[in-house]
Write a protein that binds this ligand. Structure first.
Ligand SMILES: [Zn+2]
Length: 725
């Protein structure tokens, strides 16, 4: 699974996950205090006026690190002044003088923050990190200044209450509802006493989230498996042994250390032939945060679950998930649970058949023991080698980066949507590896700029992501400027960049987000492009991944970089088949984690403080997921996503968007596949619409039906089919 897309609009509204990271950074970086709060901001600053480059592209050739902080400070000050004017307007509130005015506010801050987020994510340095730490609390306060402004909320509320008689167009009506919900979601409707209570609960939540992160980090470090007996590690390669030796050295320990990964299953379990070692490593992982010591997270998460229920009750909801899902596509925890429950039978049946295959292998090789979770990775690797093996070195010559980009990613977009691309080497970039393409619509009109920054650097965050440098908005007269970042291995000078199939999928994925941003055709920046809920935002990206293996696309780009020969059919068949390996297990462990998340966050305020162990067992039993050989991908006590990373009540979204992308691709297959007619219809009804209408309605209007889980089961190989793929 690829990285979650990072969300855009940094000035007026921003999603929590980026800012949590920044705020945490602020607490640790005391050096930030050294920065001046009154650096000069004048016409010589490159952010002072809108960029004169095509598409208002950031003038990276003129931007110095020292330009960011004064521009951000000035941007915050200007936005605060703009908000004050809107809130204190003596004229009665109207859609224009309040909500449209809000949409127009914060443009300087947006301009600088979009560039700043780009460079701090993809090309950071100590000076930028200092600015980041310094500005994080100021940016959080700037957001509070909007949502806690009672005069402003009174205006928004009045417009909301009168919305039916305002004769607004549908997008404007959506903006009224969206803005009102955002304010209410943040507690604007509460009495002053309840606002104070909410503030206290929010502070406790963020402080406990921090405690959880600190404890988990220490617990994960302390939980590492260590040994002084090399025989215990039989099966590891020389390179893996060297890593384990080095990990021990870093901890000033003798022997070898296997550090823990975030997930329950550990990659080393694939190779360790010694069963007792496997069990010990697995148990180190499973019990990492339940040792009764200072790093035990049980009390922390029990209180977090309780206080979130209290927060929801204060805001008038039966539980935290009900509050959190109001602005999501699923809307209610019942809808999300119903969806997960429907996947359980097929997932667990497939996991059971995979377990049977593994048990047979165990019986044949040793006999006498029952498959346990610490055996799964080891024996499923043998199944993989026997039935699904892919030799990377055989495949990579067919996936040369530029060929994949131009003849695969761009080609699929051209066939579907008619768009074309022209490299613009004269536009400034923030690092020499970055490439810029101008994107033209089918009628030849300029549509967008697309930047790509694919190679790994040690000053770049891990993973891959998309974001915007300029957000499309007809109100602001802005065309989209978007970028993709990844971490592919950079080849030696003069050598071709050869990708793995995973890398190829990542390129299609991130470009799917890019299309969502580039096709945006909305009036208001708050509703534009990828500004959609987390249970929708991964849909266009995952949908775009499907074209990577689509024969007409695949055959167009998967060519040997030396000879131009197409990939041999048996190799293609292997890639295709590998997509269904171990899917029963993988879906089941994801479902278990998603169900745990929802169970924790649907606790009512009346529920007592929970014992996490009995709660977890009961939650899994209730959802038919208490399966000895498939533990949840994350146990409650080390489930970072839901306790500290902004995905509380939202882990289901990974699977929900997978349902949508498979379902949508099935529609394409049923209607002639890769055609302009199909692409244009999808663009018009979905990709261009951002968050301008109810997303469930947008989707079902396009499909002509409700989304179904059947295609998802088919593509994961959990269902017998006679069809292609
Ligand atoms: Zn994504």
């Amino acid at each position: 699974m690829n990285d979650w897309k990072r969300h855009g609009i940094p000035g007026r509204r921003f999603t929590t996950q980026i800012w949590i990271a920044l705020i945490v950074g602020a607490f640790v970086a005391s050096a930030a205090q050294a920065l001046s709060a009154h650096a000069h901001f004048g016409p010589s600053n490159p952010f002072y006026a809108p960029s004169k480059l095509p598409f208002h592209a950031p003038p990276f050739n003129r931007i110095k690190d020292s330009d960011y902080q004064p521009a951000i400070d000035a941007g915050i000050a200007r936005q605060n002044a703009e908000i004050t004017v809107i809130a204190n307007n003596p004229a009665p509130p109207t859609f224009e003088n309040t909500l449209v005015a809000l949409e127009k506010s914060g443009q300087l801050l947006d301009r600088v923050m979009e560039a700043f987020n780009c460079v701090t994510g993809a090309n950071t340095d100590p000076e930028l990190q200092k600015v980041q730490a310094y500005e994080a609390p100021r940016l959080a306060a700037a957001q509070d200044a909007i949502y806690l402004n009672t005069k402003l909320f009174a205006r928004v509320k009045k417009i909301y209450e009168e919305r039916a008689s305002l004769h607004l167009d549908p997008e404007s009506l959506r903006l009224v509802e969206y803005d009102y919900k955002e304010f209410v979601h943040n507690g604007a409707n509460l009495s002053d006493a309840d606002k104070a209570r909410l503030k206290k609960l929010n502070e406790e939540d963020s402080s406990l989230s921090n405690t959880f992160m600190t404890k988990l980090l220490a617990a994960t470090k302390a939980g590492a498996y260590s040994t002084t007996d090399p025989a215990a590690l039989t099966g590891l390669s020389a390179a893996q042994m060297a890593d384990a030796r080095q990990a021990a050295g870093e901890r000033k320990q003798k022997g070898w250390v296997l550090p823990l990964q975030n997930t329950t299953q550990q990659p080393d379990l694939t190779y360790l032939t010694n069963r007792a070692t496997r069990q010990a490593l697995f148990e180190d992982s499973w019990n990492r945060a339940e040792r009764g010591d200072a790093n035990d997270t049980r009390a922390t998460i029990a209180r977090l679950a309780q206080l979130r229920a209290q927060k929801a009750a204060l805001l008038g909801f039966p539980n935290f998930a009900a509050w959190d899902l109001t602005d999501q596509m699923a809307k209610t925890p019942q809808a999300a649970e119903h969806f997960l429950d429907a996947l359980v039978p097929a997932a667990t049946a497939k996991a059971a058949s995979e377990a049977k295959e593994i048990q047979a292998l165990i019986d044949k090789q040793h006999g006498g023991f029952k498959l346990e979770p610490w055996d799964w990775e080891f024996y499923s690797e043998q199944v993989r080698k026997a039935k699904y093996d892919l030799d990377e070195s055989e495949i990579k010559p067919y996936f040369e980066l530029n060929n994949v980009l131009q003849n695969g990613v761009f080609y699929a977009a051209h066939e579907l949507y008619g768009i074309t691309f022209k490299e613009r080497k004269e536009l400034p970039v923030y690092q020499p590896d970055v490439r810029v393409f101008e994107v033209f619509d089918a009628d030849g009109k300029p549509l967008a700029l697309f930047y790509c920054d694919y190679f790994k650097r040690d000053n770049k965050n891990g993973g891959a992501w998309m974001d915007s440098l300029v957000t499309q908005s007809k109100l602001l007269g802005q065309l989209p400027v978007v970028y993709n970042v990844a971490n592919f291995q950079k080849p030696a000078p003069g050598q071709p960049a050869l990708l793995s199939y995973d890398d190829v999928t990542t390129m299609f994925h991130e470009f799917g987000h890019a299309l969502h941003g580039m096709f945006a055709d909305t009036k208001y920046p708050s509703l534009s492009g990828t500004q959609t809920p987390r249970d929708f935002v991964e849909f266009p990206s995952q949908f775009n991944e499907h074209w990577a293996l689509y024969p007409a696309v695949f055959n167009h780009y998967a060519r040997n970089y030396k000879t131009g020969a197409p990939m041999p059919a048996e190799l293609v068949a292997k890639i295709r088949k590998a997509q269904t390996f171990n899917q029963g297990y993988e879906l089941t462990e994801l479902l278990s984690a998603a169900e745990l998340d929802l169970q924790w966050h649907t606790l009512p305020v009346s529920a007592p403080l929970q014992n996490p162990d009995t709660f977890e067992t009961e939650a899994l039993r209730k959802t038919h997921l208490l399966i000895s050989y498939v533990p949840p991908r994350y146990r409650s006590t080390y489930f970072l996503h839901i306790w500290a990373n902004g995905y509380a009540a939202g882990y289901y979204a990974y699977l929900w968007t997978e349902m949508l992308d498979d379902d949508a691709f099935q529609w394409f297959e049923d209607h002639g596949g890769l055609t302009r007619a199909n692409g244009d219809r999808f663009r018009r009804m979905v990709l261009s619409r951002g968050n301008t209408e109810d997303l469930a309605k947008m989707y079902s209007d396009w499909l002509g039906a409700q989304p179904s889980i059947e295609p998802m089961l088919k593509f994961r190989g959990l269902k017998e089919t006679s069809g292609a793929k």
